[in-house]
Design a protein around this ligand. Structure first.
Ligand code: NAP
Length: 497
């Protein structure tokens, strides 16, 4: 909840002035072509902003400046303790602009204002502050060599790093990428999703205000298919960090191979298993099962979309999840009481509806929701939906829907639960619910995912790494491990008499 009321946020939305220009070399500029693209508020379908539609020529200019700045060493050569202070000041400025950023994110993505105020903005502040504070505590190494020589192992920034991010958590994902990339001394080109560029642009202004030298950071809104591809194939970019879908992630690795073998780190899709044993705290598990799939309208890479429930509690557990789902009825995202807002756009809402039809055709049993609602708002809202009687071979159990659709799959033995959980091309996240620590640990260890909750869903914070196994990706955001994605290891071998 926020202290402001719906009326307060509506007034703030009416008053807000949005600058959709690109951010190049420390200042806001139009795309070189002068072209703009209209973005829309998913809650109303109304036009929200005119945003610079950057093209390859803009990327070339940004890369040229980023390279020059990197080589001059204005940022990369700055002592870590000073880079730290810039990031800490940046975090403070973001905190001071928290309401403005939360509102921008809600208008852009359709996320409930209670989430953007309480989760997206504060977690982004913490990411930048924590990462900034960490950077002057990282030591290099000396290897255990023979006498009269010394092997120095040092970390160096990659150089010019590109970050391409999606629309579902624009601010948090941007913070996950920018904080370690900048902390380690790189110059960065960020391409936000075409739908949702506003908070990334705004925090770039604040980075300059915090003392980030001009030329280090550039934010280029523009289409994935042309601008994104140009960035991914650019010979002047040394590293590419990406969060988005698995098909695009695969393509980026191809682009890297076709260009300069830039380092590519990927955070991709998921179809995460949430396993419930009969000895679990059933009420807590049912409430968390709803949160796991309906938070952010299911537009979450780690969403717990496969609920794998022991057959002995299957029917009663589903009843409890249906009850919990009623607390996720869609509403106006500017209302502080709303738990779930609209889908990000009509295309995403249509995709969800298509998967509901697929589930029905496959023979799964629709036990809650299943329809679009609130059409009179002009927005794209979908009910929280539950399918029972799902088997793991169905498309609704294998494919990432990216909407509020839960597939409930029964199991009889522990090994069967693990086999179902692992029978997926994805390996991003999951959870297991059991009061028996042996069962919980055994299962958690065997499920092949990057983050596993025991008796919780969506656990974790900036202190732990985040990323996927299998086709969910290969990089790690957050924690000190994130520094690995933005640095090269260099050996300097010294011999002396
Ligand atoms: P997407 O279609 O893959 O787009 C992600 C970004 O890539 C956008 O900025 C997009 O630009 C750009 N892009 C698209 N095609 C490109 C190309 N050929 N070359 C270079 N860039 C290209 O994903 P999305 O629909 O925005 O996001 C949802 C996906 O992200 C889901 O699969 C979700 O699971 C995943 N995700 C993963 C994580 C994680 O940490 N593992 C976190 C959040 C989301 P445009 O916007 O212009 O298309």
């Amino acid at each position: 909840m926020t202290e402001k009321t719906l009326a307060d946020w509506q007034q703030a939305a009416a008053d807000i002035r949005i600058d959709g220009r690109a951010f190049i070399n420390g200042r806001r500029v139009d795309a070189a072509s002068g072209q703009t693209r209209t973005t829309y508020n998913p809650a109303t379908g109304q036009a929200l902003a005119e945003v610079a539609n950057c093209a390859p020529a803009d990327a070339d200019e940004a890369v040229r400046i980023a390279r020059e700045t990197f080589e001059q060493g204005t940022w990369a050569g700055m002592p870590a303790a000073e880079r730290k202070m810039v990031l800490v000041r940046w975090a403070e400025l973001i905190e001071q602009h928290a309401d403005e950023l939360a509102l921008l994110e809600t208008l852009d993505v359709g996320k409930p204002i209670a989430d953007t105020v309480n989760v997206d903005v504060p977690s982004s502040v913490r990411t930048i502050r924590w990462t900034g504070e960490a950077i002057d505590k990282v030591y290099d190494q000396i290897s255990p060599t023979r006498d009269n020589c010394m092997g120095l192992i040092t970390r160096l920034p990659l150089g010019v790093v590109a970050a391409i991010v999606p629309w579902n958590f624009p601010l948090s994902t941007t913070a996950w990428k920018l904080a370690p990339a900048l902390a380690t001394g790189n110059s960065v080109i960020l391409k936000p999703a075409s739908n949702t560029p506003l908070t990334a642009l705004r925090i770039a202004d604040l980075a300059t205000q915090a003392g980030l030298p001009d030329g280090v950071l550039h934010v280029l809104p523009g289409p994935g298919g042309s601008l994104g591809e140009h960035i991914a194939t650019h010979m002047g970019i040394d590293g590419l960090t990406f969060t988005g879908s698995t098909p695009v992630g695969k393509q980026l690795m191809v682009y890297s191979g076709q260009s300069n073998l830039k380092r590519v780190f990927l955070e991709l899709g998921g179809k995460s298993p949430n396993i419930v044993f009969p000895d679990a705290d059933i009420d807590k598990a049912a409430s968390a099962a709803a949160l796991a799939v309906y938070y952010n309208g299911g537009q979450t890479c780690t969403a717990g979309t496969r609920l794998i429930v022991h057959e002995s509690i299957h029917d009663t557990f589903i009843e409890k999840v249906i009850e919990a789902a009623s607390g996720w009825a869609p509403g106006n995202p500017l209302d502080p009481a709303t738990a779930m807002g609209p889908m990000v756009d009509k295309g995403q809402c249509d995709t969800v509806a298509e998967y509901v039809a697929i589930g029905r055709d496959e023979g799964a049993k629709l036990v809650a929701g299943g329809g679009t609602v609130m059409e009179d708002t002009g927005g794209h809202y979908h009910e929280p939906t539950i399918f029972a009687g799902v088997n793991n071979q169905m498309r609704i159990a294998q494919e990432e829907i990216f909407g509020p659709v839960l597939a409930v799959i029964p199991f009889s033995t522990e090994s069967e639960a693990v086999a179902i959980a692992n029978d997926s091309i994805y390996g991003l996240a999951g959870a297991v619910w059991s009061q028996n620590i042996n069962t919980a640990h055994r299962v958690a260890e065997q499920v092949r995912v990057g983050t596993m909750g025991i008796n919780n869903y969506f656990g974790g914070d900036i202190t732990v790494p985040f990323g996927g196994f299998k086709e969910s990706g290969n990089g790690r955001d957050k924690s000190m491990h994130a520094f690995d994605d933005y640095t090269e290891l260099k050996t300097t071998w010294l011999e002396f008499d």
